[in-house]
Design a protein around this ligand. Structure first.
Ligand code: NAD
Length: 256
């Protein structure tokens, strides 16, 4: 049980981050939700999790494209026992047309944010005598697809960061691992469908079956609950010697 532990989950007002926050809260952890917005709905999500599970939950606005905001999030949480680096965006375009601003934003949000949050959190984890760093990478942290240059580069980068932090904390009661999901039907994936339809000149149904799930041998989307369950496992004593590695939750994608 994670009772008394505090989990910070970046980018958690939606999709996988929210699913992971819900599962960690169900396992007893207090949770700090985050995104770059600061709306009543954001704070209501934290209130709802507290209501349903009885843990303490709060929402902290911080923009994961900015290093200072990443570090401020950890301070605002009062440090953390569990850090889930999940915030991420996507952009799909051939490299010659790939907007520079999108490249910079994807590298900052999907990769550099984890450097800043880990740097801010790790000393406190050593003091607390427990730490779990979980980076939400992707099957695209291990393999590539065309038109996703920034995303694939950032996700491979976060897998490299995961290994490095695993080594730096190997003799501390801290682990650092990456979860590599295949396709999960979240707003992020939903928003890629129109561009991919254009890119391949396909219907929505064909994009889902023949482009997205084409790579996923199970032919099923992974769910946010399954990813939350994987995070809960990584927080358990059973996973204390699991560090510096990746766990794929991808329906067989990377076995191909
Ligand atoms: P999503 O769009 O539902 O969630 C992304 C989250 O990041 C949102 O909460 C959003 O508000 C937040 N975010 C975006 N920019 C931010 C910023 N500047 N500062 C703070 N928060 C910010 O997408 P998702 O599918 O749940 O993606 C979550 C993570 O999972 C991402 O890192 C993504 O790359 C990864 N992932 C998703 C899939 C999938 O199929 N959905 C597969 C593999 C990996």
């Amino acid at each position: 049980t994670l009772t008394g532990k505090t989990a910070v989950i970046t980018g958690s007002n939606s999709g996988i981050g929210l699913g992971v926050a819900r599962e960690l809260a169900k396992a007893g952890a207090n949770v700090v939700l985050n995104s770059y917005t600061d709306t009543p709905e954001d704070h209501a999500l934290a209130a709802e999790i507290a209501d349903v599970t009885g843990v303490e939950a709060k929402y902290v606005q911080a923009d994961m494209s900015k290093g200072a905001d990443c570090r401020r999030l950890i301070v605002a949480a009062g440090g953390c026992d569990i850090l889930v680096n999940n915030a991420g965006i996507q952009h799909v375009a051939p490299v010659e047309d790939f907007p520079e601003g999108k490249w910079d934003a994807i590298i900052a949000i999907n990769m550099s944010s984890a450097f800043h949050t880990i740097a801010a959190a790790v000393t406190g984890m050593r003091e607390r005598g427990y730490g779990r760093i979980i980076n939400i990478a992707s099957a695209h942290g291990l393999t590539a697809s065309p038109y996703k240059s920034a995303y694939v580069a950032a996700k491979h980068g976060i897998v490299g960061l995961t290994k490095t932090i695993g080594l730096e904390t190997a003799q501390d009661p801290i682990t650092c691992n990456a979860i590599c999901p295949g396709y999960v039907l979240t707003p992020l994936v939903e928003s890629q469908i129109p561009d991919t339809m254009k890119e391949y000149n396909m219907s929505r149904e064909d994009v889902i079956k023949n482009v997205m799930l084409e790579r996923q041998p199970s032919k099923e989307f992974a769910t946010v609950e399954q990813l939350g369950g994987t995070a809960v496992y990584l927080c358990s004593d059973a996973a204390a010697q699991v560090t510096g590695t990746t766990i794929s939750v991808d329906g067989g994608w990377t076995a191909l």
